[in-house]
Design a protein around this ligand. Structure first.
Ligand code: ADP
Ligand code: ASP
Ligand code: MG
Length: 439
């Protein structure tokens, strides 16, 4: 069995959805097809939620109506038969009625999650109606029946595996299963999600749970590029990456993959393929245990980073100081990305600043605390990069005009990370592309 995940642009136009149907019927292997919401939908749902949070029901109503109109014309192009159009309009009415009802309910986080779930519910139901119309035998599996997260918002492959196996067992004669990416049920049994871009994570979790032959991530580009193609002009697709390399790139900002989407596939050793729906026969990127080659492969950047420096003369020759500092972050369930130390100071970075005020206050007990917001981590990733000759020289030669706030080298054998101001990100990526890839 394999997993095929199609992202927002891959299902965002009726003719794209038709193409997805072609792609999933090209071979005989059983498959679980994971769909995102149509492109733009989750953003629109976020905006509806924000209007409701502000108490601006009029704006929310207008946004809901615009979205409904978009889906009505989508259905007209997607489907040809009047019976399937009728079914699709019933689905639209059901979901848009729900959105209209919530206009009258007071806003809560649980309601917000319900709103955000509508996109994937709609895309999968519409796709299923289209498959019926063209007579492709399939089953629609509700992700909310098997994709669960625990009280720390962590998905547990073991639980997902049991639930999914039970569902699949009911349809032993079927070969094509369609399900929603992104959405999940939390420990309280409420509708929740795996955070923005989470359909990749759903696909990898499902692939791990069913021990898939491959987890295919179909998107709008021909694989993982050596740098962010939205910022750097000359980039190229990488043919092969190790799980470690791909995990670092995803975690450090390569938008093509959700930050956590590699670990399930890696842990259960399921190869991942990044493929392009617009060029289905292009090679794409294969992510597996093998790295293919040694040295710099790609650069990624992650924004929204906060750097915290704790300076204390008490750190001098003191043991236990770092433990106390780390305990503060642990207490507030805030993970640290980069760390550098000197004899009298420690600097760390975090990407989640929800508890920053409490963290800063508690750190003040140990010394002077300086906080820099709006920073960016730039990660240079490649198998055995730390042992590759000249790599640091090339990086620093390329970045001569850029003030670098922190450098992490040697923590991982596959990554060198730099902290820079967000304002310097574009130029940094461009200079690294020239310096490291000679492009
Ligand atoms: P989907 O909707 O299919 O999940 P995303 O928009 O989430 O697609 O991810 C694909 C996009 O990621 C590409 O269109 C590209 O602009 C962006 N991207 C950023 N960094 C990279 C990279 N290193 N390699 C490839 N794509 C990247
Ligand atoms: N639809 C969700 C989002 O836009 C999940 C995804 O596309 O992966 O974030
Ligand atoms: Mg995505």
């Amino acid at each position: 069995m394999k997993v095929m995940k199609f992202g927002g642009t891959s299902v965002g136009k009726p003719h794209r959805m038709h193409e997805v149907a072609n792609l999933i019927t090209r071979d005989e292997e059983s498959k679980i097809v994971v769909l995102s919401a149509l492109s733009g939908t989750t953003n629109a749902l976020v905006e509806i939620s924000e209007s409701l949070l502000r108490g601006d029901r009029q704006a929310a109503k207008a946004q809901i109506d615009t979205l409904h109109a978009h889906y009505k014309s989508f259905v007209l192009e997607l489907l040809q038969q009047s019976s399937s159009r009728e079914k699709a309009n019933e689905v639209l009415n059901e979901h848009f009625e729900f959105l209209t009802i919530i206009l009258k309910i007071s806003f809560s986080q649980a309601l917000n999650k319900d709103i955000l779930a509508q996109g994937e519910l709609l895309s999968t139901k519409l796709f299923s109606i289209y498959l019926d119309e063209i007579k492709v035998n399939h089953v629609l599996l509700p992700a909310l029946d098997f994709m669960t997260i625990d009280s720390y918002d962590e998905p547990q492959v073991g639980t997902i595996k049991v639930k999914l196996a039970q569902l699949l067992n009911k349809h032993k004669d079927k070969k094509i299963f369609i399900t929603q990416g992104y959405i999940s049920r939390n420990a309280k049994g409420e509708v929740d999600n795996l955070k923005r871009g989470g359909s990749d994570y759903s696909a990898s979790l499902i692939a791990a749970a069913v021990n898939a032959s491959v987890c295919e991530i179909w998107t709008d580009i021909d694989g993982m590029h050596n740098s962010d193609p939205r910022i750097v002009e000359k980039t190229f697709a990488i043919e092969q990456l190790s799980f470690d390399e791909a995990a670092e790139l995803a975690y450090f900002g390569a938008k093509i993959l959700h930050p956590a989407s590699i670990w399930p596939a890696q842990f259960y050793n399921v190869p991942v393929r990044l493929l392009n729906t617009m060029q289905p026969d292009a090679k794409g990127t294969l992510i597996s245990e093998k790295a293919g080659s040694v040295g710099v492969k790609a650069v990624a950047a992650k924004d929204g980073i906060t750097a915290i420096r704790v300076k204390s003369s008490r750190m001098l020759l003191a043991y236990g100081f770092l433990r106390k500092v780390f305990e503060v972050f642990e207490k507030h369930r805030t993970s640290i990305d980069m760390i550098t130390t000197s004899e009298v100071a420690v600097s760390v970075t975090i990407d989640d600043d929800v508890h920053l005020p409490e963290i800063s206050k508690e750190l003040e007990a140990f010394g002077t605390v300086e906080v820099d917001t709006n920073q960016t981590i730039v990660s240079i990733v490649g198998n055995e990069i730390a042992e590759t000759k000249d790599v640091m020289k090339q990086i620093f030669d390329a970045l001569e005009p850029i003030p670098v706030r922190m450098v992490c080298y040697g923590g991982s054998r596959h990554n060198v990370s730099l902290l820079i101001a967000r304002a310097d990100k574009e130029i940094t990526l461009q200079l690294l592309n020239k310096g490291l890839f000679k492009l």
